[in-house]
Write a protein that binds this ligand. Structure first.
Ligand code: PEP
Length: 242
C-alpha cells in the first residue's frame, strides 16, 4: 500500500524561535487532515531539538535534511545517524539537488547516506531529477534512471520514499506539468522492485496546484520547499482536496 507523504523541506530557513512560531500556527490547522496522510517537517539540524519536544504527541513527523554515512569521525560539519536518532526523527532527505549541485554530492555518496539512514531506522527521502538542459536534450529519463540505479544499490526498498524533483522546477515557480510529473513517476516506479514505495513530486508545489498534483494516479505526495515555510500555505497543502 502506497502511503501519502506530504513533506516540507525548510532548507536553511528558521531559527528555533521561528520554528516554534510556525508550529503554533500550523498544528491547529491539521485537525481535519485525514489520518492516512503522513505530514513531515524536514528542518535544519538546529531546530530539531525544539521541534522534537514540541511535536511530541502530535501527528507531525520530524525529518532532517541530510545524514552522514559514518556514525562518528573526522567529518567537520557533518551530522550522523546516531546524532539524529536522539531527536526521534523519522525521515531524512538524501540527495537533494541543492546538495548535489552546490556541495558535490554524487550518486555514490547518496547511496552511502541512504544506507546510513536505513541502518538507523530512518526513512530516507531520495531526491532525483534532471536539469533543464538535460530535459531539453531529451535525457530526463536516462538521467533519473542512472541516479536511481546507483543510489539504490543494496538499499531496502521497504523503507524508502522517492521524490521526483525536476531541478528546473525547484524554487522557480515553474511547476512541471502534472501529467508529465505523473508519467515520469510511473517510469521511476517501473524501475523499482517494490511497487509500494511512495513517490513524491517536488518543484514549486503551492496551495494553488496541490489538488491537481495529488489527483494524478502515480503521485503519492509532495516535497515542498518555499510553500512549507508558512503555516497557512503548508496546511492547505497537507489538507489537499481529493
Ligand atoms: C525543494 O526544496 O525540494 C523544493 C521542491 O522547493 P520548492 O517547493 O520551493 O520548489
Amino acid at each position: 500500500m502506497r502511503k501519502i507523504v506530504i513533506a516540507g523541506n525548510w532548507k536553511m530557513h528558521k531559527t528555533q524561535g521561528e520554528a516554534l512560531t510556525f508550529l503554533q500556527g500550523f498544528l491547529g490547522q491539521l485537525s481535519e487532515t485525514p489520518q492516512d496522510r503522513e505530514v513531515v517537517l524536514c528542518v535544519p539540524f538546529t531546530a530539531l531539538s525544539a521541534l522534537s519536544k514540541n511535536l511530541h504527541g502530535s501527528r507531525v513527523m520530524l525529518g532532517a535534511q541530510n545524514i552522514h554515512w559514518e556514525d562518528s569521525g573526522a567529518y567537520t560539519g557533518e551530522v550522523s545517524g546516531s546524532m539524529l536518532e536522539e531527536f526521534g526523527i523519522r525521515y531524512v532527505v538524501v540527495g537533494h539537488s541543492e546538495r548535489r549541485q552546490l556541495f558535490g554530492e554524487t550518486d555514490q555518496t547518496v547511496n552511502k547516506r541512504l544506507m546510513a539512514a536505513q541502518r538507523h531506522a530512518l526513512t530516507p527521502i531520495l531526491c532525483v531529477g534532471e536539469t533543464k538542459e538535460q530535459r531539453d536534450r531529451g535525457e530526463a529519463e536516462d538521467i533519473i534512471s542512472k541516479q536511481l540505479m546507483q543510489a539504490l544499490v543494496n538499499i531496502d526498498q521497504s523503507n524508502l520514499v522517492i521524490a521526483y524533483e525536476p531541478i528546473w522546477a525547484i524554487g522557480t515557480g515553474d511547476t512541471c506539468e502534472t501529467t508529465e510529473a505523473n508519467r515520469i513517476i510511473g517510469v521511476i516506479r517501473q524501475q523499482l522492485d517494490n511497487q509500494s514505495v511512495s513517490i513524491q513530486y517536488g518543484g514549486s508545489v503551492k496551495p494553488g496546484n496541490i489538488d491537481e498534483i495529488m489527483a494524478q494516479s502515480d503521485i503519492d505526495g509532495v516535497l515542498v520547499g518555499g510553500a512549507s515555510l508558512e503555516p497557512d500555505s503548508f496546511s492547505r497543502i497537507a489538507n489537499f482536496v481529493q
